[in-house]
Ligand binder design. Sequence first.
Ligand SMILES: O=C(O)C1=C[C@@H](OP(=O)(O)O)[C@@H](O)[C@H](O)C1
Ligand SMILES: C=C(OP(=O)(O)O)C(=O)O
Length: 453
Amino acid sequence: MTESPAHTDLWPAPLATGAVDATVTVPGSKSVTNRALVLAALAAEPGWVRRPLRSRDTLLMAEALRALGVGIEETVSSSSASGGPAGEAWRVIPARLHGPATVDVGNAGTVMRFLPPVAALADGPIHFDGDPRSHERPLHGVIDALRALGARIDDNERGALPLTVHGGGALDGGPVEIDASSSSQFVSALLLSAPRFNQGVEVRHTGAVLPSLPHIRMTVDMLRMAGAQVDTPESGGEPDVWRVSPSALLGRDLVVEPDLSNAAPFLAAALVTGGRVTIPDWPERTTQPGDALRGIFTAMGGSCELTDAGLTFTGTGRVTGIDADLHEVGELTPVIAAVAALADSESVLRGVAHLRLHETDRLAALAKEINALGGEVSETEDGLRIRPRPLHGGVFHTYEDHRLATAAAVIGLAVEGVQVENVATTAKTLPDFPELWTDMLSPASGPSAVPRG
Ligand SMILES: O=C(O)C1=C[C@@H](OP(=O)(O)O)[C@@H](O)[C@H](O)C1
Ligand SMILES: C=C(OP(=O)(O)O)C(=O)O
């Protein structure tokens, strides 16, 4: 776990004094927004991305694509005259991709993995760099694969950022083997740009178990919606092999679903306070991993109902521990761990060793911070064992990790005196988190919370 820079700003997490009863409109999905931007930028015609997430990760993606020559106009429509829903809409106008350009990836996995293949299609050098943590996150799967497919890349002995892709205006493509056991984003990255490779791509994963499969399904679904032909293990192909044929991509008019992973802390609030939270616009069908929260939180003690109003989750006031393999839905782990720390029995969270390479080493950070509040969390080889203990207040460090901050807020609902360090780090995917959280707890939308200074 890398120590985060010292932040002195401490956010007193509000304590819930009763059962939460609220409707929370969660902003758009990071994963959908950033895929939509890449696919729209590579299309043969302009497209729309409606209700995009506007957060650090998605603004970095938009800025990077603009640096490569793509037009992205941010508009707000008050009516649906254009055929889409009212609200924010980004018009994406593809153009010849070119360097020289510099891309700041911040600490966005989607930007650092999805854009080097796009840069290989550009003319000229594209330099990539980002936050210190971005230098530690794995990128070798993308770099090695792109080289094998014909790209020229200057990197370093670590096979990580910073690096420069010397785009040649086109890429051969073809078959390639990668070990994507450290991040599903390696596979998604190659597939997203593949319709524009001369021979398309055949990606064969050859390592240990692949994490986050729903995110690869999301990539495949969105490629197909843009007109690409994709063969997958699920469509009768070989296990761990994905093929994308070369083709032009359509300019789509796409409405971004709410970010179901970012719904996690709000649903957790219903669970731990024995209250009720509704998330409007919860899709009936989705590839987002956050959809698994319905089953996971129900197993921890509650029930949910999907209606026209959205997903309503109702807690009973009793939270039970869980033994769960989260390898498909790893990004949900921090909030699930927070709930587990408040449960009445032990939890074991498995299959998430790759979280050690996320925004921070999430397993080490969760164990350290929950234990600092009096908890008993230990790391296993591939996850966490959480034995609930009476917790007390204190500073919860967040290591520049948005999901550590939202997990801390969940604990703070039930434990007096939790201070969340650098809550602003939620801006990575959910910039309005503190406001959404206090609104959820405000008397206007339900029972009370005690603001503490
Ligand atoms: O493709 C995506 O949008 C994502 C894939 C997952 O990455 P890993 O496979 O690296 O866990 C997930 O954790 C991340 O938050 C978003
Ligand atoms: C792992 C995450 O992000 P990234 O897209 O930076 O990998 C996450 O949001 O939980």
